[in-house]
Design a protein around this ligand. Structure first.
Ligand code: GLN
Length: 243
């Protein structure tokens, strides 16, 4: 197996098209002749990080985050934190992103503890941010997605933002940034799904995973005119609508 994808909480946390990220990873790996497969891990499932080459964790409503947060209190959360610290390539979106940090404080109820893998903290704000997002990333260029969250995420000194918001709200609608970067992990609020419209990020995750296994990080080119058309259409619409 060239690329084994671990899809964390794929049944519990998979909203606003986030499964598209897993499909994009499979498509662009198989398009290069790589043998790729995905395994879904849920609440109560054992987690062996060394089994996987790349991890994905999608978004979910507050109620799903309660059971998932509890599932990660113990060895499972510690193992995921260690994998991220050890350079595991990972993408986490919205609710998953929030629980990578100190935790998420819903509008009502107690703080949902996270795994403290990323130096971020999140809390529900008074309004819900909904709309297209365009972000300028120094690492990946222009990124597009769709946000739907009430959570506000604040970055500490140990992480870098993914990029600067050009359209939308991003992490908190205040500091002008979206997402977080730490080692080989990307966290952000961009649903949509993110990867099908941003193939450069998909290829980076695949290349990083292959490089960690002793392979070549540089992938042979793959036609991405469909992805680029979708990307450009969202940028155009977001700039016209301002959201
Ligand atoms: N419940 C969290 C929030 O509203 C995450 C939502 C999501 O994953 N889209 O901020």
């Amino acid at each position: 197996m060239d690329l084994r994808i671990g899809w964390l909480y794929g049944h519990e946390m998979n909203i606003y098209g986030d499964r598209g990220n897993v499909l994009a990873l499979l498509h662009r790996a198989r398009g290069r002749g790589l043998e790729a497969a995905v395994e879904v891990l849920g609440v109560g499932d054992a987690f062996e990080p060394e089994r996987y080459d790349v991890l994905f964790w999608g978004g979910g409503q507050d109620r799903e985050q309660i059971s998932v947060s509890a599932d990660l209190m113990g060895a499972k959360g510690r193992d995921l934190k260690a994998a991220i610290g050890g350079g595991m390539p990972m993408l986490a979106i919205c609710g998953g992103y929030q629980l990578l940090g100190d935790g998420y404080r819903p509008y009502e109820g107690d703080m949902l503890p996270g795994i403290h893998a990323l130096d971020i903290t999140s809390e529900a704000g008074p309004t819900r941010f909904i709309g297209n997002v365009v972000v300028d990333s120094p690492e990946f260029g222009a990124l597009v997605g769709f946000e739907n969250h009430s959570g506000l995420t604040f970055l500490g000194p140990e992480v870098e933002p993914l990029g600067r918001v050009r359209v939308g709200h991003g992490n908190n609608g205040r500091d002008g940034f979206e997402g977080a970067r730490y080692r080989n992990t990307i966290g952000c609020y961009m649903h949509g799904a993110l990867l099908p419209k941003n193939p450069q990020v998909t290829d980076w995750l695949i290349g990083t995973a292959l490089e960690r296994k002793g392979g070549a990080a540089a992938l042979p080119p793959l036609p991405d005119d469909v992805e680029s058309t979708a990307h450009d259409a969202v940028v155009k619409r977001a700039l016209q609508l301002g959201r």
